[in-house]
Design a protein. Structure first.
Length: 237
């Protein structure tokens, strides 16, 4: 059996009351892409009733702690939290980071123990310009090219998106590498087979102009992908 998992690691910019003092005067930063993935939660909510066997949204600002980074990664904590004491950082991990990650990992572990194949879509968005460079894609699909199941899933998804909406620019492993540090990479390590993790990256600028068009294309393509993608066995390399 195939199980579809949906996550949204950066769906909001919420700051728990205990830590609000850290962000006084930083409201504009919290509202920017540094604080959250604008539009990702809207697409997540559109996809959830259509494809998800389990769904895990998160609305905690990544400026407190980044749920999509590994413990020890230099960007796990931001400039606003990096100087906290070790005990304070551990409190943030214990209360906000570890419970969310464990809930997702437990679900994947249960499915794999039952010998289900897990197809994971992690919904994100990206800023249309970074360091003076314009990003030339509306949608990015991030995956590990060395994992045949992920490669096939991503290529099939791109083909469906291109057929349904040829005006939408879809690129593979853009604007980031699919093998960079993230929750999908962690789950690949734990589950070398039977798991495929794809990060769906949405251009915030494109979403601001054509949210309905892009969301409809993602939704329709994902419906068809779920209906037609049957990984009975891992594709050959």
């Amino acid at each position: 059996m195939t199980r579809w998992l949906l996550t949204c690691e950066h769906g909001g910019n919420h700051v728990p009351a205990r830590w609000r003092y850290l962000f006084r005067g930083a409201e504009s930063v919290l509202e920017s892409h540094r604080g959250w993935d604008r539009g990702s939660l809207d697409v997540f909510r559109a996809l959830e009733p259509e494809i998800a066997d389990a769904a895990f949204p998160a609305q905690l600002t990544r400026l407190l702690v980044d749920l999509n980074r590994s413990v020890g990664h230099r960007h796990l904590f931001s400039a606003y939290t990096r100087t906290l004491t070790t005990a304070e950082k551990q409190q943030i991990l214990d209360q906000h980071y570890l419970p969310w990650r464990k809930a997702v990992e437990d679900r994947v572990n249960d499915w794999r123990k039952a010998e289900h194949t897990v197809l994971h879509v992690s919904v994100h968005s990206f800023t249309p310009e970074l360091d003076g460079h314009r990003r030339n894609a509306d949608i990015g699909l991030l995956y590990d090219p060395g994992r045949p199941l992920e490669r096939k899933l991503s290529r099939d998804w791109r083909q469906l998106l291109t057929e349904l909406a040829p005006d939408i620019r879809v690129r593979m492993n853009y604007p980031y590498r699919g093998t960079a540090d993230g929750f999908t990479r962690r789950l690949r390590t734990v589950h070398p087979t039977g798991y495929a993790g794809i990060e769906l990256e949405l251009n915030e600028g494109s979403m601001a102009r054509r949210a309905a068009r892009i969301t409809a294309a993602v939704l329709d393509s994902t419906r068809r992908l779920r209906a037609g993608f049957c990984p009975a066995t891992e594709p050959a390399s």
